[in-house]
Design a protein around this ligand. Structure first.
Ligand code: ATP
Ligand code: MG
Length: 366
């Protein structure tokens, strides 16, 4: 029998700080899993962020955006660093990331928060509460109060200065994020909790109505609703009750940071940003960590797990995605730890060596 080799093009955007170090590890992992699963990747590496500013004067060069748009998926390292804070031209590396999200039309941000049994002590919560947490926050990324109009500064009738913003959601924006959330829940444990403030905010009332409407297409998913204040409380009281959470831009911003602290390991957390069609954007949730950049100290696992999300959510390569996840767990089980997750009794390794151990685990050569 002949097995067909599948081809995918991946744009790699190493970016700044530890970005290039962690991307190099994730690229090796993808290449190896490809060779084992009859998948061929063509990689195109492009500049973004501060390194693009230095190179060509803008944080998102046209060539970088078009390469990203033409590929099957985009894997990003990290953007920014003190070097570019307060630069004279007022061009910020971070602008490159916003432009990239806009250019790829990614409106759904998926952030898993998993407390791995190997790292349960890193959690900010008590062991009994943290153990077994495995949830996913699906955050709407391009609408809501961060973008709604009118916005600005003005004065009120007393001549007092005011600042104002508007929470706006159109039905289609809610429908499309809801569909991604239901699909996500279906790939997980089949439970979706929609978080809103429908007792107070009209935008939330519409949110709840639309989510209920879309739910009729997903009778296999168990849907619940929760007010955001209660959700914030429940996340630290009993996070195990959650499987998939869907919420708007601002609530998602806050709740996904809260959820990531439950795991306590910023160097372990991946993310995906998806649109309706076109390439998704995959990146670790951590920043460029300029304090440890270039020292081979970065934990590459968040980026390796982002590559796993890329395989699952952009390419539909579930088996390869699972193999990468299992390899990360295996390397941890064999006792390897980068500095950020190290404690006594474990083997302290750098970024490169952790990468090599993951490769051995993928290969089964341990
Ligand atoms: P940003 O504004 O881009 O989110 P930040 O300054 O808020 O960046 P990070 O760059 O993520 O935050 O760094 C926060 C801390 O976590 C730093 O001390 C950094 O060294 C550490 N850190 C971040 N990512 C990693 C990683 N992959 N491995 C080890 N340590 C990390
Ligand atoms: Mg930050």
């Amino acid at each position: 029998a002949t097995s067909k080799v599948k081809h995918y093009s991946i744009t790699l955007l190493p970016g700044d700080g530890i970005g290039p170090e962690v991307i190099s590890v994730a690229k090796n992992a993808l290449q190896l899993i490809g060779s084992l699963e009859a998948i061929e990747f063509s990689f195109k590496e492009m500049p973004v962020g501060g390194s693009a500013l230095d190179l060509v004067g803008v944080p998102l060069p046209k060539e970088t955006l078009s390469a990203a748009q033409e590929s099957d998926a985009v894997l990003l390292g990290a953007i920014g660093g003190y070097k570019w804070d307060n630069n004279e031209k007022h061009l910020k590396p971070e602008t490159g990331l916003l432009q990239l999200r806009e250019g790829l039309k990614v409106f759904a941000n998926l952030r898993p928060a998993t407390v791995l049994p190997q790292l349960v002590d890193a959690s900010t919560l008590k062991k009994e509460v943290a153990e077994g947490v495995d949830l996913m926050v699906v955050r709407e990324l391009t609408g809501g109060i961060y973008f709604g109009k009118p916005r600005g500064f003005s004065t009120n009738e007393n001549g007092e200065e005011i600042g104002y913003n508007t929470e706006v959601y159109a039905a289609y924006e809610i429908d499309r994020i809801a569909r991604i959330a239901f699909e996500t829940a279906r790939k997980r444990r089949g439970k979706l909790c929609s978080v809103d403030k429908a007792n107070v905010l009209e935008a939330s009332m519409l949110w709840r109505r639309r989510v209920c409407e879309i739910a009729t297409d997903y009778p296999d998913i168990e849907l619940s609703h929760m007010y955001v204040d209660n959700a914030a409380m429940q996340l630290v009281r009993n996070p195990k009750q959650f499987d998939t959470i869907v919420t708007n831009n601002i609530f998602g911003d806050i709740l996904s940071d809260e959820a990531s602290m439950i795991t306590g390991s910023i160097g372990m957390l991946p993310s995906a940003s998806l649109g309706e069609s076109g390439p998704g954007l995959f990146e670790p949730i951590h920043g460029s960590a300029p304090d440890i950049a270039g020292q081979d100290k970065a934990n590459p696992l968040a980026t390796v797990l982002s590559a796993s999300m890329l395989l699952r959510y952009a390419l539909g390569e579930e088996k390869a995605a699972k193999r990468i996840e299992d390899a990360v767990l295996d390397a941890l089980n064999r006792g390897y730890r980068t500095g950020d997750i190290h404690s006594t009794g474990y083997t302290l390794v750098g970024c490169k060596e952790m990468g090599e151990e993951v490769l051995k685990s993928i290969d089964g050569k341990v």
